[in-house]
Design a protein around this ligand. Structure first.
Ligand code: ADP
Ligand code: MG
Length: 741
């Protein structure tokens, strides 16, 4: 049996019946596998004694105490027991919040083994409320709920390392320890190996059954480390096996663009699975363009950057291969990804098919459509623009032409892939700012054609660890350079009290003919509710800036609640330079391109996430002029709209100040926020990892990936005897709920 196959109800564990099982089930621990997979969040090393007098020098006390007296504080339901104790070195008070039964268990005059943490002085007493006790003397009798708080076997007591579990209401740590131990006794030995023997031997890992036992009840710290290493590696290995299978799937014989999607089993040698992943596209110089691409490039007032050229070379080669492209194009804000997507679309059109370019907002979709009209129509490309706002008659006509193949490139929002849209022959789907779309939406897009190529473009660079997991089955092109002549944006921090200085600076830029953005976290004041009432909002600030601060310049407001037509007119006027100052919420975060704008003022910068800040700053610095970003902050309170930790705001602003490089910022962002906050990864299995943390365990991740891919390349069907166990795991007990398989 694999661990995940132990799906017996927890009531099959001896002693865990009826009422006792309820809190376990409530906590989601329904099967033996659930319980054994409920890893400790910490371990206490109780092998060394730490007397009371040393409370400030060690994280936890481990000593033998004698109970001196009981006393009660508070009244009624608030009544709390205090137990006065002493060891050889001093006295302390155990405060028994919500544990009135300890009155009976901690008998005055008796001796107990005590473990406790967070000892501190209060009211002149050394106090502790996080403690456990175990009677000394006659046997190691039960405590609290009748469970022996002991380690493996009979070693009980000091001399063992004790697991500390994440708990939820109704569960006590002793209950979990007791029944995990019982489950190990009944089922531990039957846990089957999941990793190939060669890897276990190479890395000196523990057998799975031993690792599972040791993660709960390690015999030593060294064994615990080995158990952690084993289980972490195992999780990452299977994550990468699943990703590798997905990559293989794309290149199996049945997935070629010309044949039908017949279910051909994986067999034969997989073609260079990892070849293109995260290479450095910079080096490619000998790109040959197709005739249409050449015509577009000739019409540009600039030449392509090396990164753009490299990306096109890779895309062209993908699109010439028999397998459908699935490529992630990464480049910092302003690196010119749009142009790359147009060139890719031309390739699809030249091969007789169609392309669809999807943007996350109508604003951005429209900007792409306008650029396409400017650049592509003159070379004879037939375009259409499709969003949810295009209604009835117009839409019907448009869909008809799309289905008849009378349109070459469709640009728009996710409406491009809604149910009633039919393509004549979709060869390429481009997803701009892919982080706005879930991984699941991929299948929606793929259903619109016969294995169309997929080009995802990321708004901000994706940290390598994420790229290897969430997008681990995609090939990656990097644009590491920016178009020449861009001056790095100068970023300044300013306290809210100094906003006048910032406004004064912006006034000079406006006087010199430039334009500016002002960004706020809220649309209108009422949004703030009671406790954040002193937050500035876009509406009132638009009013104030227009009337009091910059009366001589035309100011306008955009936010997500305006209707699309109004938004469009405002953005057009801003692009033409008629509006000089744009007050906005983070709707301007993504993609908007107005090279004459040189100032980005973000007020309440403490309330924006790091990638949003970087995106916002990326709205300036797009032309020849020196650009500036002002991060105006006030000491924040209350939760962030993004769900991030408000405490991290200083760290975020510091990163912004220190780096202009989106790749660096993305790594920092991941460190500060953790992967849970990053959109679109829920489906990836990434979040279902138990012990592994791809950021902390980056080195293990790389190793697991290399191992998994090497195995899949050499034996795609997992038919060799040494790989049998992998095939068995995938078949009988696929991890991550089989997500993404
Ligand atoms: P992003 O990668 O953020 O989507 P865009 O595609 O919006 O960037 O491009 C930013 C700006 O850079 C646009 O104004 C675009 O016309 C310009 N641009 C793109 N490629 C080049 C280039 N090779 N040289 C100069 N400017 C370029
Ligand atoms: Mg863009």
């Amino acid at each position: 049996m694999f661990l995940r196959e132990l799906d017996q109800p927890i009531t099959s564990i001896n002693g865990l019946k009826d009422k006792k099982a309820e809190p376990f089930i409530k906590a989601g621990l329904c099967t033996v596998a659930d319980l054994l997979g409920h890893y400790p969040r910490d371990w206490e090393d109780r092998s060394r004694s730490v007397p009371l007098k040393d409370f400030s020098r060690f994280p936890a006390i481990c000593t033998v105490i004698t109970v001196l007296a009981h006393d009660w504080i508070g009244f009624g339901r608030m009544r709390t027991l205090k137990v006065h104790v002493e060891d050889d070195t001093g006295r302390a008070v155990l405060v028994c919040f919500n544990r009135p039964w300890l009155e009976k268990q901690l008998v005055v005059g008796n001796r107990y083994q005590l473990w406790g943490r967070h000892f501190h002085y209060k009211y002149g007493e050394l106090q502790c409320s996080e403690f456990e006790t175990e009677p000394l003397g006659v046997g190691s009798g039960p405590t609290e709920d009748g469970a022996a708080a002991s380690g493996t076997g009979s070693s009980g007591r000091s001399g063992s390392i004790i697991p500390v579990y994440p708990l939820s209401a109704g569960l006590t740590v002793n209950q979990v320890r007791r029944f995990v131990k019982q489950a190990l006794i009944q089922y531990g030995a039957s846990i089957e190996e999941e990793l190939p023997q060669a890897i276990i031997e190479r890395d000196g890992l523990l057998p799975k059954s031993q690792a599972v036992r040791a993660i709960h009840f390690p015999a030593s710290m060294a064994e615990l480390n080995l158990a952690q290493k084993t289980l972490v590696y195992g999780e990452l290995f299977y994550l990468e096996v699943i990703i590798g299978r997905r990559a293989l799937e794309r290149r199996r014989p049945g997935a070629t663009k010309t044949t039908s999607a017949a279910q051909v089993p994986l067999q034969g040698k997989a073609p260079d699975l990892d070849k293109n992943l995260i290479n450095n596209a910079l080096a490619v110089n000998d790109a040959s363009f197709t005739p249409l691409q050449q015509r577009l490039i000739e019409r540009l007032p600039f030449s392509l950057t090396a990164g753009q050229t490299g990306a096109i070379a890779e895309i062209n080669s993908d699109m010439d291969s028999p397998w459908p492209m699935a490529r992630l194009l990464q480049g910092d804000v302003g690196s010119g990804k749009t142009l790359v997507s147009f060139l890719a679309a031309l390739k699809a059109v030249e091969s007789g098919g169609q392309a669809a370019i999807m943007a996350p907002t109508e604003l951005l979709a429209r900007q792409h459509a306008e650029n396409a009209a400017r650049l592509l129509e003159p070379i004879g490309i037939r375009l259409s623009f499709l969003t949810g706002n295009i209604k009835a008659a117009g839409r019907k006509e448009l869909l008809k032409r799309l289905a008849a193949g009378e349109i070459d490139i469709a640009l728009g929002t996710h409406a491009l892939f809604s149910q009633d849209v039919v393509y004549h022959d979709l060869r390429l789907a481009v997803v701009d700012e892919q982080h706005r779309f879930g991984v699941t939406q991929r299948s929606l897009i793929m259903a619109k054609g016969d294995h169309p190529g997929l080009l995802m473009m990321s708004a901000t660079p994706i940290p390598r660890t994420l790229a290897l997991t969430v997008f681990g089955d995609l090939d990656v092109s990097l644009i590491r350079d920016l178009p020449p002549g861009r001056k790095p944006i100068k970023t300044h921090l300013a306290k809210e009290a100094n906003e006048d200085k910032v406004y004064g600076f912006v006034r000079k830029e406006l006087a010199a003919g430039r334009q500016a953005y002002f960004v706020y976290p809220l649309i209108e004041a009422s949004e703030a509710g009671g406790r954040t009432a002193d937050l500035k909002d876009a509406e009132s600030m638009a009013d104030r800036l227009a009337r009091e601060v910059f009366p001589q310049y035309k100011t306008a407001l955009v936010h997500s609640r305006l209707d699309e037509e109004e938004k469009r007119q405002t953005m057009d006027a801003f692009r033409r330079g008629e509006i000089r100052l744009l007050v906005a919420t983070s709707v301007v975060e993504v993609g908007v391109d107005v090279p004459n704008a040189t100032c980005m003022v973000i007020e309440h910068a403490e309330r924006f996430g790091l990638s949003a800040l970087h995106q916002l700053r990326g709205r300036v610095g797009r032309g020849e002029q020196q650009s500036y970003c002002f991060l105006v902050y006030s000491d924040p309170e209350g939760p962030l709209p993004t769900g991030e930790n408000i405490e991290d705001w200083q760290a975020r602003l510091k990163v912004m100040l220190e780096s202009n490089d989106g790749f660096v910022i993305a790594e920092e962002d991941l460190k500060i926020r953790g992967p849970g906050q990053i959109a679109g990864i829920e489906q990836s299995g990434y979040l279902s990892l138990g012990l592994a943390n791809p950021i902390r365990d980056a080195a293990e991740l790389e190793r697991a990936r290399a191992d998994a891919f090497a195995i899949l390349e050499a034996d795609p069907g997992l038919l060799r005897p040494e790989n049998r166990c992998i095939a068995e795991v995938l078949e009988r007990a696929a991890p991550f709920g089989g997500v993404g398989v």
